[in-house]
Design a protein around this ligand. Structure first.
Ligand code: PBG
Length: 325
């Protein structure tokens, strides 16, 4: 037989040699949840093996990540309940939980890259990602002013990459202008370009205490049925100056990742979200699937075209990669 594909599957070394897609620890961004208070390292019930940390407890975690070769974290802050208000002002407080967390992480390890999520849902009393009109609609253009303040306060605190997740129209342009005006011309924007209104964010909302108090996010996040619209969102972000694009969630949207990758040359991130993590993690913890399922599913995200993967599995994967599985 002229063609025998099995020749290249004959042993491990040969398979390694011809492997098309490789997961590297450099691909990962690990989400970190920071809370007010002291001496807190509390497992998040909806996200097994992921914790809420008070700032004084971050050191060990940052060191562990570094030892595993993970060089990027994305921060999510949970303010005190009494600090939430309709305008989410705690989000742009220079001494807010995120701003202090950035400074703390940089103090622990100045080489740990800190990505910040620019959004309002953790900080607004109503849990929506922007400022509401009287009818409860999220007012796009007023929200842009607030997002700009948040982005600048993150940059001032030392954030390395600013990552807006709110899905307002025109936010990349607004943030770019605000950052440039304050002298942060060198800070990249990783846009949550294609973010669907997904039920797979459920465990995160519990972890971040950020579920909307009424309604849903369907007037700003995308309809899961649409993929042409994904290209429109991506295109707008490219034109407005985004440095990195993102598709979120990842596993149910591999086709969208591929379409965005084939159409744009910017680096592409995919967010392997909390629901995707929780499902698989509990299956592995309960012995229904072996750990290889984690590797295989995150591999599919990379194979679909993602260059960067935001994943709660980053530590698990770093260990698996080290052991060369
Ligand atoms: C903030 C934000 C959310 C996630 C990341 N940033 C929640 C949401 O949009 O409701 C979800 C992340 C995850 O599920 O892992 N807007």
């Amino acid at each position: 037989m002229l063609r025998r594909p099995r020749r290249l599957r004959v042993n491990k070394a040969t398979r390694n040699l011809v492997r098309e897609t490789k997961l590297n620890v450099e691909d990962f961004i690990y989400p970190l949840f920071v809370v007010e208070g002291e001496n807190i390292k509390r497992e998040i019930s909806s996200l097994p093996d992921v914790y809420h940390f008070s700032l004084d407890m971050l050191e060990e975690e940052i060191k562990e990540l570094k030892e595993l070769g993970i060089e990027h974290v994305i921060l999510f802050g949970i303010p005190h309940d009494h600090e939430k208000d309709p305008h989410g002002k705690e989000a742009y407080n220079d001494n807010g939980i995120i701003q202090r967390a950035i400074r703390k992480i940089k103090e622990i390890d100045s080489n740990m890259n800190v990505v910040t999520d620019v959004c309002m849902c953790e900080y607004t009393s109503h849990g929506h990602c922007g400022i509401l009109t009287e009818t409860g609609y999220v007012d796009n253009d007023i929200t842009l002013e607030y997002l700009s303040k948040i982005a600048v306060s993150h940059a001032k605190a030392g954030a390395d990459i600013i990552s807006p997740s709110d899905m307002m129209d025109g936010r990349i342009k607004a943030l770019r202008e605000a950052l440039d005006k304050e002298g942060f011309v060198h800070i990249p924007i990783m846009s949550y370009s294609v973010k669907y209104a997904s039920t797979f964010y459920g465990p995160f909302r519990e972890a971040a205490n950020s579920a909307p108090s009424f309604g849903d996010r369907k007037t700003y996040q995308m309809d899961p049925a649409n993929s042409n619209e994904a290209l429109i969102e991506a295109e707008l972000d490219v034109l407005e100056g985004a440095d990195i694009l993102m598709v979120k969630p990842a596993l149910s949207y591999l086709d969208v990742i591929r379409r965005v990758k084939d159409n744009y040359n910017l680096p592409l991130a995919a967010y392997n979200v909390s629901g995707e993590y929780a499902m698989l993690k509990s299956a592995v913890k309960n012995g229904i699937l072996s750990e290889g399922a984690i590797y295989e599913s995150v591999m599919s995200i990379k194979r679909a075209g993602a260059d960067i993967i935001i994943t709660y599995f980053a530590k698990d994967l770093a260990k698996m990669i080290k052991e060369n599985r």
